[in-house]
Design a protein around this ligand. Structure first.
Ligand code: SF4
Length: 209
């Protein structure tokens, strides 16, 4: 088993820039983009949010006709539900926090469409809170690297990563695990020949998925 610093260093070598690939300029734009990213790719979300944020500010979203929002969100999965979420989130944020996304996990997780993972993404990126969002890429990579067991759920994986990488930037680790999973350790036909984890990898050594 590799030590945490070895894993962090190898990840840094393969993924030099730890960054969020969702495009945003305002705090509420990150929150909205993250809500939209459920069951959708960041690339798809960025195309949609470019149009959305060019046409609507937060107040505009809160007052928008649902059909108009649905038209913009249509390329994304579950776009009708997401349109409802966006209107409600915009309305609540304006009413409760003058349109500012607060550093308040309980409040954020009470918003429609905002779950634990979304909250971790938002709080780590906006407020540098040291928390780990576990998405599909983090899950797959963690299992392949033996950082989690095959049948671990996302809550268990999060707990294991937080414990193992205590003292490291979980925000940077999250971004690098996501990018590593998105571009190298992809679900099908991962690019193992250019990976520094070949010796410890369960998938590479045992052909486990
Ligand atoms: S060796 Fe292949 S499957 Fe294993 S972590 Fe690297 S890219 Fe992923």
């Amino acid at each position: 088993m590799m030590k945490p610093n070895e894993i962090v260093n190898d990840l840094k070598n393969m993924i030099p820039e730890a960054k969020c690939e969702l495009i945003y300029n305002k705090d509420y734009e990150l929150l909205i983009a993250t809500v939209l990213s459920a069951q959708s790719t960041d690339k798809g979300v960025n195309k949609v949010t470019e149009k959305l944020f060019n046409n609507y500010n937060l107040e505009g979203i809160s007052k928008a006709n649902l059909n108009e929002l649905e038209d913009i969100l249509r390329p994304l999965g579950t776009f009708r539900r997401k349109a409802v979420y966006l209107k409600e989130i915009a309305t609540l944020l304006l009413e409760n926090h003058n349109g500012i996304v607060p550093n308040d996990r309980k409040y954020l997780e009470s918003l429609p469409g905002v779950g634990h993972k979304t909250c971790n993404v938002v709080l780590s990126n906006l407020y540098d809170e040291n928390c780990m969002a576990v998405d599909t890429h983090v899950t797959r990579v963690s299992k392949r690297l033996g950082l989690a067991l095959e049948n671990d759920d996302v809550v268990t994986i999060e707990q294991k990563l937080v414990k193992k990488f205590a003292g490291y930037s979980l925000k940077d680790l999250h971004h690098r695990l996501v990018l590593f999973g998105r571009y190298i350790c992809v679900a099908k036909n991962p690019k193992c020949s250019s990976c520094l984890f070949q010796e410890i990898c369960k998938y590479n050594n045992k052909k486990l998925h």
